[in-house]
Ligand binder design. Structure first.
Ligand SMILES: C[S@@+](CC[C@H](N)C(=O)[O-])C[C@H]1O[C@@H](n2cnc3c(N)ncnc32)[C@H](O)[C@@H]1O
Length: 360
């Protein structure tokens, strides 16, 4: 289906894509009898097309991270007075990087999923170099140019460090390393796991588990803030350029579109789930059309008929960002072949770094 020159709005062939990009096999039609032209669309952008033509309109979360998007993200997390995850994670890593590194055996490869600027990872790199003398670091990120630049800077800054950037999706990066003999420590920082479709998180953990041996470790940083008021502030309008304006500009560029960012607003909400259930609470986010309008993507031959209030999600799932209890983290481990070996939190216990060890 994806090889054809056009893709029908009945896009039921768009399945089994990369983790976090899987599409519902029964995507409903947007407009009957109107195919979109995919002849000139790179394979990597097919999930974006699939999201635009499905009934539940969405763009994949990774699409937000072109080079400009990566810069915008870093700008918000480093300067915000209300979104404090960067600072919280930094403080946990500052206090506990040595404890994390004590779990590793040399030779070790440090892998980072969704590495971005790797700004907090520097603390782990420094602790690893102190313990092992040399280190191979493999940042895995869809924002290829960005991590290549970051990698060059890291190599300049640290003697004994070799950086092997992998530009691609999370699971592509994990599979790319499957034949390496060294033990692996995989970092997934920035609460990024919480952006993975809430119904695909266990599957992703299982997939990662399948690639690991007993001496490997998977370290996830997870947000435990459950305070509605502070969350709605943290996930508010300060994200508008990164979450809405920049990706809409990218859509227009990629598909020769006329989508007007000013005619959509960024909406966020906090969905609370029982603290003792398996499903984490989450912040939801989407663009909402301020008026009835037509959006044309000429390259696809696609004319979207948006009603006032039409939602377009910038995530594959309902969640923008999950918020966890310790019980939910333990259940996640149990369901996916891991045990929580250790965890470190902020003083307020509203953010944690968890060390998952594979169980057989
Ligand atoms: C929330 S940011 C976190 C960045 C950094 N790790 C931090 O803690 O500040 C998520 C990062 O993951 C990357 N990313 C998002 N979805 C991805 C995917 N499916 N595969 C690979 N990289 C992805 C983005 O480019 C971005 O750099």
């Amino acid at each position: 289906m994806l090889q054809q020159e056009t893709m029908s709005h009945h896009s039921n062939g768009v399945s089994a894509m990369e983790n976090g990009h899987k599409k519902d096999e029964n995507n409903d039609v947007m407009k009957e009898n109107n195919d979109v032209i995919i002849r000139d669309v790179p394979q990597a952008l097919m999930p974006v097309v699939a999201g635009l033509i499905s009934k539940r309109k969405s763009v994949p979360y990774w699409y937000l991270y072109d080079t400009r998007g990566s810069e915008l993200f870093e700008e918000v997390v480093r300067t915000s007075k209300t979104y404090l995850n960067w600072q919280k994670e930094y403080s946990v890593l500052q206090s506990h990087s040595d404890d994390i590194v004590a779990k590793t055996t040399s030779p070790v490869i440090l892998v980072e999923l969704g590495s971005g600027a790797s700004s907090k990872t520097r603390l782990v790199i420094e602790a690893m170099l102190k313990r092992h003398g040399t280190l191979t670091f493999v940042p895995v990120d869809v924002s290829k140019e960005h991590i290549e630049k970051v990698g060059q800077q890291l190599e300049q800054d640290y003697q004994g460090l070799t950086v092997e950037p992998f530009g691609g999706l999370y699971m592509e990066g994990i599979r790319h390393l499957s034949t390496r003999k060294e033990s692996k420590v995989i970092l997934f920082l920035g609460n990024s796991f919480s952006n993975v479709h809430i119904h695909e998180q266990v599957d992703m953990m299982k997939e990662v588990r399948a690639q690991l041996t007993a001496k490997d470790r998977f370290l996830l940083a997870l947000d435990m803030n459950l305070d509605r008021e502070s969350l709605l502030e943290a996930y508010g309008q300060q994200w508008v350029v990164f979450q809405k304006d920049n990706p809409i500009g990218r859509l227009n560029k990629d598909f020769d579109g006329d989508m007007d960012a000013a005619k959509f607003e960024l909406v966020t909400d906090f969905i609370e789930n029982p603290a003792d259930g398996d499903t984490p609470s989450y912040v939801a986010g989407y663009w909402r059309s301020l008026a009835a309008q037509h959006v044309n993507f000429r390259k696809l031959g696609l004319n979207l008929d948006c009603q006032k209030g039409q939602k377009i999600f910038y995530n594959e799932g309902p969640n923008w960002s999950c918020k966890w209890t310790l019980h939910q983290i333990r259940r996640l481990a149990e369901k996916s072949g891991f045990a929580v070996e250790d965890y470190w939190t902020t003083e307020a216990e509203d953010y944690c770094v968890v060390c998952f060890a594979p169980v057989s």
